[in-house]
Unconditional design. Structure first.
Lengths: 327, 294
């Protein structure tokens, strides 16, 4: 990848986000919140792709890192009561970074068992960490415990969600395509061979977990400030699974595919919902002919998931064999 | 302690299904916890039907309901395998994982659609009495039933796996699928049978769970499913006695924690035990160590 070009793209993406965010007031607020979800899901999926796709580990605890980031950021911004917009932005950025750093520490804690575990054993341990984080949050009265925690500021906007998504994509791609980062792919392809040529697999695995968790924490902070309300149940096992599905559907270690899958899987349930609201169809006389979709949309969603996987088991957006070729 | 044994044996029945499927296919059957839920709902709907010709609550009615639910879930398990897993036999393992998750979500949402999302109370299937012992120890007769049924099912399972021809085929398949196929083992039939057997055990667990905690809802399978998976990994996945042992350990420790001042941490404890044990012995309690060759 040509880095100067990539940097230009990054700047252009951030600038575009800023321009779009100026028109934010003109966009329907429902679709705007769907857009935030898309941005957040892109961050989550791309960062999980570093762990699951490029490094070949199998983490089922991404929602746990997200929860750490969300609660940390919300706890910090809830202290903020001023009205200065510049100060508010600085606080928000600081809170997001703090959430990311704390999540990275959690990632370090999870990364350490990867020294010894692999495959399904690792999957269940990361799942366990995610669940433990959830139960601990349920028992923390300072942040509301099982009742959830309300977030005072709705600071997440189009600019933050997508600019950070662009930074995430850029960082992960730059990391993986750097000389150092080739090691991630080497560890994924063959750990023993990688060790034999002087790559330290443990170091790479832990790095992947820490970097992935950092961005998941930031996504968590964005999520908290987009929804005003977070509860431990929102960061359960199902949320982790949702992110894993995005990564696998997009194709492991295929960043553009993963981004597309994140967009598609966020839009799919919402799109089905709006189909249910179509008042009439040509040729059909009844009103709201598709309203049955409203009740069954999650059933349709799960069936589509199975069918897509049966048709394209290698991932929806994988068109060539070579995983890491970008040159 | 008795509570823990009862919980542990229900978990053991679910964990055995996980571990059997893993032993043969090397993949996690995420829909297993939902088969457990379907088993409990099958019990809910069958009870009035059985009550028409057998006096309920009685042990016989309970047995009939349980066997019928096991049969229904065995068919369900075989169907799941046929349509969601078999077409992907030659694909990467992770694709199978996604279809498993898809099926799991499908069963949960379809369950909410068909059965309603609110918890439903489970009818009294077997009369429950308290048996009080000398030391003031109170045991519910249902817990005895759970233990007895589990032990009987484990003996039957052990007989099937160790003494019958299809059991031998199952073991051969988990040892080396290609070699087993070359020796004339019909792999598809054996895999279907394994899914059926595992799902039947999950259904039995579902009924026992519903008898012990008389409420069923479409999401009831998620947490027991995860814990049973933990138990299977704890004992060394793919290892039948290991799964039972892991489940008993988790059940007992969980009950003790629930009785202590840390009761709100109950749901995390299964995972904490698992992580601790895997840190010390990465292949599980009774698991074999795989030596990786280059």
């Amino acid at each position: 990848m040509n880095f100067n070009r990539a940097k230009t793209f990054l700047l252009a993406a951030v600038a575009l986000c800023f321009v779009i965010s100026l028109f934010e007031k003109n966009i329907n607020s429902y679709w705007l919140s769907v857009c935030y979800d898309i941005g957040i899901n892109i961050i989550l999926a791309v960062s999980l792709n570093l762990i699951n796709g490029y490094t070949g580990q199998f983490s089922l605890g991404h929602a746990g890192f997200m929860a750490v980031g969300a609660y940390t950021a919300a706890a910090i911004t809830n202290q903020f009561t001023g009205s200065n917009p510049a100060l508010a932005d600085a606080t928000f950025l600081g809170a997001l970074l703090a959430g990311g750093l704390l999540a990275a520490v959690a990632g370090l804690l999870v990364g350490i068992p990867t020294l010894r575990l692999r495959g399904d054993y690792l999957a269940i341990v990361t799942l366990g960490f995610g669940e433990i984080i959830r139960v601990i949050l349920q028992n923390m009265d300072a942040v509301g415990g099982p009742r959830g925690y309300s977030v005072m500021h709705n600071w997440t906007n189009f600019f933050w969600a997508f600019a950070i998504a662009a930074v995430t994509i850029y960082t992960i791609l730059a990391l993986v395509h750097s000389t150092y980062g080739r090691g991630f792919i080497a560890v994924q392809d063959d750990e023993i061979a990688a060790a034999a040529v002087g790559i330290n697999p443990t170091k790479y695995k832990v790095t992947a977990f820490v970097v992935g968790a950092f961005f998941a924490g930031i996504a968590g902070g964005l999520y908290a400030h987009a929804k005003y309300f977070i509860s431990p149940d929102g960061f359960g096992f199902m949320k982790s699974i949702e992110i894993v599905v995005m990564v696998i559907l997009g194709g492991m270690g295929n960043t553009p595919g993963v981004i597309l899958a994140a967009i598609l899987l966020t839009l799919l349930p919402e799109g089905l919902r709006s189909l249910a609201d179509v008042p009439s169809l040509p040729g059909i006389s009844t009103q709201y002919p598709l309203s049955w979709i409203g009740n069954t949309r999650m059933i349709i969603y799960s069936l589509l998931l199975v069918v897509i996987m049966l048709i394209r088991p290698q991932g929806l957006f994988v068109f060539k064999k070579d995983k890491a070729s970008c040159r | 302690m008795i509570n823990g044994l009862a919980d542990g044996s229900i978990l053991a029945l679910i964990a055995l299904g996980y571990t059997m499927v893993y032993g043969i296919l090397r993949s996690i059957n995420f829909a297993h916890g939902d088969v457990f839920m379907i088993g409990a709902f099958a019990g809910l709907y069958l009870t009035p039907k059985v009550a028409a010709f057998l006096p309920t609550p009685s042990i016989w009615a309970g047995l009939v309901v349980m066997l019928a639910a096991m049969a229904i879930c065995a068919v369900l398990g075989i169907l799941i395998e046929r349509f969601a897993y078999r077409p992907l036999r030659r694909s990467p393992k992770l694709s199978v994982l996604i279809t498993a998750i898809g099926i799991s979500l499908f069963l949960e949402y379809a369950g909410q659609f068909v059965f309603g999302a609110a918890p439903r109370s489970f009818p009294v299937l077997i009369p429950s009495t308290h048996i009080t012992q000398i030391h003031g120890l109170s045991i519910d007769s249902n817990q005895i039933i759970v233990l007895v049924v589990t032990i009987v099912l484990l003996i039957v399972l052990r007989f099937i796996v160790l003494k019958t021809k299809i059991g031998m085929a199952m073991r051969a398949l988990s040892f080396n699928p290609e070699a087993a196929a070359l020796m004339g083992v019909n792999t598809d039939v054996v895999i279907s049978f394994t899914f059926g057997l595992g799902s039947a055990l999950a259904a039995a667990a579902g009924i026992l769970f519903a008898i012990n905690y008389p409420a069923v809802d479409p999401l009831m399978g998620v947490l027991p499913g995860l814990k049973a998976f933990c138990a299977a990994v704890l004992g060394g996945i793919g290892n039948l006695p290991g799964a039972a042992l892991g489940a008993l350990i988790i059940g007992i420790v969980e009950t003790f924690v629930a009785g202590s001042e840390f009761s709100t941490y109950r749901d995390a404890i299964a995972f904490a035990i698992l992580i601790l044990i895997l840190l010390i012995k990465p292949s599980g309690l009774l698991g074999k160590k795989d030596i990786e060759k280059v």
